[in-house]
Design a protein around this ligand. Structure first.
Ligand SMILES: NC(=O)c1ccc[n+]([C@@H]2O[C@H](COP(=O)([O-])OP(=O)(O)OC[C@H]3O[C@@H](n4cnc5c(N)ncnc54)[C@H](O)[C@@H]3O)[C@@H](O)[C@H]2O)c1
Length: 338
């Protein structure tokens, strides 16, 4: 196979971004079908992609002969059933994060994948794209090279411009969940316990505590602070500093221009994640297409790793609901039957 026919489910913010990236920038990718509950949205997207057709039914898309692989970018609650459909059709699937909203659904997907492929090449990849961000990969390389010694602390900050309709739980499952994949990936050590803390909230409604602070305990003894602040009000701002025994390594905010005027120097912030992680999304898609065409395992997060992140999210929400600031242990994942 010299090119991969890709069916995209969900033509919203991320589905449109992925489909256009695949079409414009990814070698070997051909977006052949797009499906969205809102058919006009799917058509508006296929109008921009030569050769792509809208399909009303996402299940029909999965089984369409023009679709060799599927990218799922529909709402979180739809992920588990659609990934199951891809496994039933034995088609590779890149599912946006989270793999599924509950650990039980993730476990079902890990088991279904094992039943479908056994020890063969996995079919499921999860879109934790920070693994492909040049800043994060360099940070990981520097840690691995010994440049900062042994890691002891990580400080993560996730700030957004505005999300007034979010809930406290969504803040965890939608935003902090990235850290639940990134931190074990950076350290090579799983998260074993989580505590949850809240200062006074900037939002007047009781349904969203914002900001939130989490403390993650890793198996290797590293402690990670996570600030999630969805209504920070000034821009989309992602920070990470890793503190080691011989120094620290931090993400530098990517900038292309600096404005000097009125006795001040300034750089711009993105309004959301798309410009900030544009390179990461493209590199992730290219890596997925390359490996899928080659028939080799992809370097993206696996179903097991997606399950692990959702389990940490559930633990963080349990710590939030307990409300006493105490650390809650992350349950051990049962082994998937061979
Ligand atoms: N990796 C990241 O950085 C990142 C960033 C934002 C969102 N996401 C994830 O991407 C996914 C999509 O988020 P979004 O911001 O694009 O949301 P969105 O609301 O803009 O788009 C979702 C689209 O899915 C469609 N849809 C819902 N159920 C469907 C179904 N059963 N079949 C077909 N289409 C369906 C909706 O009509 C909508 O057009 C979510 O899972 C979200 O968590 C990931």
């Amino acid at each position: 196979m010299s090119s991969l026919g890709i069916g995209v489910i969900g033509a919203g913010i991320m589905g449109a971004d992925h489909a256009l990236n695949l079409h414009r920038f990814v070698r070997g990718a051909e977006v052949s079908r797009v499906s969205d509950l809102d058919h006009d949205r799917a058509t508006a997207l296929t109008d921009q992609i030569a050769g792509a057709k809208p399909t009303a039914d996402p299940v029909a898309l999965v089984h369409d002969d023009a679709v060799d692989a599927v990218l799922i970018a529909s709402a979180d609650a739809t992920h588990a059933a659609l990934v199951q459909e891809c496994l039933a059709a034995r088609k590779p699937v890149l599912c946006e994060k989270p793999l599924a909203p509950t650990a039980e659904e993730c476990r079902g997907l890990a088991e279904a994948e094992r039943a479908a492929v056994g020890e063969g090449v996995p079919l499921v990849s999860v879109g934790f794209m920070r693994r492909f961000d040049p800043g994060y990969t360099e940070m990981r390389d520097r840690l691995r090279s010994g440049a900062v010694g042994t890691p002891v602390l990580v400080h993560c900050v996730s700030r957004g411009l505005a999300a007034p309709n979010a809930t406290s739980e969504l803040s965890i499952t939608g935003s902090a969940v990235h850290e639940f994949d990134t931190v074990p990936w950076l350290l090579g050590s799983p998260i074993t316990a989580v505590s949850w803390h809240a200062p006074r909230s900037v939002t007047p409604r009781g349904t969203l505590q914002d900001p939130q602070v989490l403390l993650l305990h890793s198996a290797d003894g590293v402690l990670t602070t996570v600030e999630v602040f969805l209504n920070a009000g000034y821009g989309y701002d992602i920070r990470c500093e890793l503190v080691g025994t011989q120094g620290t390594v931090s993400l530098a905010e990517p900038v292309r221009t600096v404005v000097d005027t009125h006795l001040a120097r300034g750089t711009a912030y993105a309004a959301d994640w798309r410009p900030r992680f544009a390179d990461a999304y493209r590199l992730q898609l290219q890596a997925w297409v390359d490996a899928t065409l080659a028939g080799t395992p992809t370097p993206l997060a696996t179903a097991d790793e997606g399950w692990r992140a959702t389990l940490v999210a559930e633990t963080a929400i349990a710590a939030m609901h307990a409300g006493d600031g105490r650390a809650v242990a992350v349950p051990t994942r049962p082994a998937v039957a061979p």
